[in-house]
Ligand binder design. Structure first.
Ligand code: MBD
Ligand code: FE
Length: 283
């Protein structure tokens, strides 16, 4: 029997992210506002023209850009590229008037309809899933303080090797993904394991850009969350860990001071625990 372990590749995770995004986009297709497209694309191109003039961009550089852009498409890495380097500003603008908890970017690895779980639950995981056990607990409330009974807390995160289920090979479909339904006081208790820092794929076009520019490819360890309740605005956010690698230099620029957790050792038993409440703006 041959012993070939399927490897995580930029092209495979890019293809999965592209497919997931297309599925979402089919449901959300919107009308085209010609004036708006004209304004935005003209300004974007004008900014590019200015850069070319200011830096006297050469034909060799223009051709390098052209082949790199073609490669991003072939690798399926447009979702990764855009979510790492642009989404944080879209999020900033979208949520500038919120009064409740901070949000941050969604990133390319969300999958809707993860298994529904009760208010105290363990995320789906393998037997002996690696990593420090983590108890993440808290309450969902409205901005006026009202507990949000039956709020849903969707969580997804990388495993101890930095891999996301459905975007890397050989992981159970819903590994470390779940939709926890809070109790009648808005409380939830989620048992999981602490994720590892995440390195974006280095073997594809985004990795090539990072190497060419002398950047690093890391995101700090993070939990992704979407919290929602009837009559309230959904929060898409991420939470990080105090003192963790790359909290201060996230490649995706998605860390905010309010989003840094500082879990403490559990009093009896293994692992760490932390309490974090979500405050939702009214719809
Ligand atoms: C991630 O895990 C992520 O959250 C983002 C935003 C980009 C790449 C990988
Ligand atoms: Fe992530």
């Amino acid at each position: 029997m041959t012993d070939i372990t399927e490897q995580a590749t930029a092209a495979a995770s890019g293809a999965a992210a592209t497919e997931k995004f297309r599925a979402k986009q089919r449901a959300e297709a919107t009308d085209v506002d010609t004036k708006r497209v004209d304004t935005l694309v003209t300004e974007l191109l004008t900014a590019a023209h200015d850069i070319i003039r200011r830096h006297k961009v050469t034909y060799a550089e223009y051709d390098a850009l052209k082949s790199w852009l073609m490669q991003v498409g072939e690798d399926g890495e447009w979702p990764l590229f855009l979510d790492v380097w642009l989404e944080h500003v879209v999020e900033e603008v979208a949520n500038e008037n919120r009064e409740g908890s901070k949000g941050t970017i969604e990133g390319p690895y969300y999958v809707p309809d993860s298994p529904r779980l009760p208010a105290e639950a363990t995320l789906p995981m393998r037997d002996n899933e690696a990593g420090t056990p983590l108890l993440f607990q808290g309450q969902a409330r409205s901005v006026d303080g009202t507990p949000l009974a039956g709020a849903t807390v969707e969580m997804w995160h990388a495993d101890d090797d930095g891999f996301y289920s459905q975007f890397a090979p050989n992981l159970p479909t819903w590994n470390l993904r779940g939709t926890v339904v809070a109790d009648d006081k808005g409380n939830f208790k989620i048992h999981t394991v602490q994720p590892a820092p995440y390195q974006i794929p280095t073997d594809g076009s985004c990795g090539k850009l990072i190497a060419a520019a002398g950047w690093h490819a890391w995101r700090p360890a993070h939990l992704h969350l979407k919290v929602s309740a009837p009559g309230h605005q959904l929060i898409t956010t991420q939470l990080y860990f105090q003192g963790g690698a790359h909290v201060a230099d996230d490649i995706a620029s998605a860390v905010k001071p309010e989003l840094i957790l500082d879990p403490v050792p559990v009093t009896d038993g293994a692992g760490r625990e932390v309490t974090y409440d979500f405050v939702l703006d009214k719809a």
